[in-house]
Design a protein around this ligand. Structure first.
Ligand SMILES: Cc1ncc(COP(=O)(O)O)c(C=O)c1O
Length: 382
């Protein structure tokens, strides 16, 4: 270390390689890693060293993606700065200019925008199909079709398609399959074990679980994930160490949270289906979720008000359930698809899809189910 005050203040106490048996993972809040000499730099490029620069890789990113890969039953994983970053990496790992993608018509709006508005510029063609009405993908497959994309539980109408059937179909037709498992999490279903090539999460939701991070994770076979990792690095979509650390911390309670949130959602769905002010309740049916590895139907419930005009009153009367256009935190929250996620829909599209002005999307939290029900009852008007 230098002798003088100015140098000492910069370097004093710095012991990056000190072995400390901390019980929790340290946050590697560094943009770059130091090398003792040029030999070690050579070793890194020869594939022997793990970390060079945080955009290329960081222990906190790896802790998160390794954990999700293991929980999903996948060979490898890569984390990204958001769910959209992970979806982009997965799509670009599979697709080349001129390719065609088949996707369920009920995909997240951001995924639709990425494919329809951005990847179309690379001549990647999107076709959406209604998995509730379709019997086979065969009539929609072209010589250029490379990928089939679906979500386990859709947003906001919470439809669950027969995923084992559609994955089998797509694989028989020679397609790669990518599943967005955000709403179900690996606690309820692991699409890789059903044959999916890539599984993606907006870890912003249940994986993190506390509405305090934006993160994404993509898992799958090592070769595809290797390519996806290059894309994350080259497009600058890497997850920050602190966000990765927070997400990993949230992950530790995923099973506890999911159990409680799903059980609460069941009670809330039962209550809503008997309430005179409620029209339709959207909640995954038991039969539809029979391929899940646990007898749970997710923790989201959507419903319509019989009197659409009462929608403003409903949101205003809620006292502690917050309106927040996201989901999956430990706190129960409500959203309104028409004025948020599905804002761009025309009145015609709203009527055709059922995503109408009177539709409420409820993300059920870990609070007392009795309190959640009392709060909803108050806002619905007795
Ligand atoms: C199902 C689904 N997939 C992907 C995303 C995008 O995730 P993020 O907001 O973390 O980019 C969302 C966001 O709401 C989502 O609901």
């Amino acid at each position: 270390m230098g002798e003088r005050f100015e140098t000492k203040t910069v370097h004093i106490g710095h012991q990056p390689l000190r072995q400390v048996a901390s019980k929790s993972t340290p946050i590697y809040q560094t943009s770059v890693f130091a090398f003792p000499g040029l030999e070690e730099v050579e070793q890194f490029y020869a594939g022997e060293g793990e970390y060079l620069y945080t955009r290329n890789g960081n222990p906190n990113q790896a802790e998160l993606s390794d954990a999700i890969a293991a929980l999903e039953g996948a060979e490898a994983g890569v984390s990204a700065a958001s769910g959209m970053g992970a979806i982009m990496a997965g799509l670009l790992a599979v697709l080349e200019p001129g390719d065609h993608v088949l996707a369920s018509h009920e995909i997240y709006g951001g995924t639709y925008a990425l494919l329809h508005k951005e990847l179309s510029r690379f001549r990647i063609d999107l076709e959406c199909v209604n998995l509730q009405e379709l019997r086979t993908l065969a009539d929609h497959v072209r010589p250029t079709t490379k990928l089939f994309f679906m979500e386990t539980i859709t947003n906001p109408l919470l439809t669950v398609a027969d995923m084992p059937y559609w994955i089998r179909e797509a694989k028989e037709l020679g397609l790669k399959v990518m599943v967005d498992n955000t709403f179900a999490t690996p606690y309820l279903v692991q699409p890789v074990t059903l044959g999916a090539d890539l599984v993606v999460h907006s870890a912003t939701k249940y994986i993190g679980g506390h509405s305090d991070v934006t993160a994404g994770v993509l898992v799958g076979a090592s070769e595809l994930i290797g390519r996806a990792r290059e894309i994350v690095v080259n497009y600058g979509a890497s997850l920050s160490p602190f966000e990765a650390w927070l997400t990993s911390r949230g992950l530790k309670t995923l099973a506890l949270r999911m159990d409680r949130q799903c059980d609460n959602a069941r009670e809330v769905a039962d209550f809503l289906s008997q309430h005179p002010a409620v029209g339709t309740v959207y909640y995954p049916a038991k039969e539809a979720t029979s391929f899940f590895c646990r007898p749970k139907q997710g923790a989201m419930v959507s419903f319509t008000l019989v009197d659409e005009k009462a929608i403003y009153d409903f949101y205003r009367k809620l006292q502690w359930i917050k309106f927040a256009p996201s989901l999956a935190g430990v706190e129960t929250s409500v959203s309104h698809p028409v004025t948020t996620s599905h804002r761009a829909f025309t009145e015609e599209q709203r009527q055709a899809t059922g995503i109408t002005m009177g539709l409420v999307r409820l993300s059920v939290g870990i609070e007392s189910a009795a309190d959640i029900i009392a709060e909803l009852d108050r806002a619905l008007g007795k």
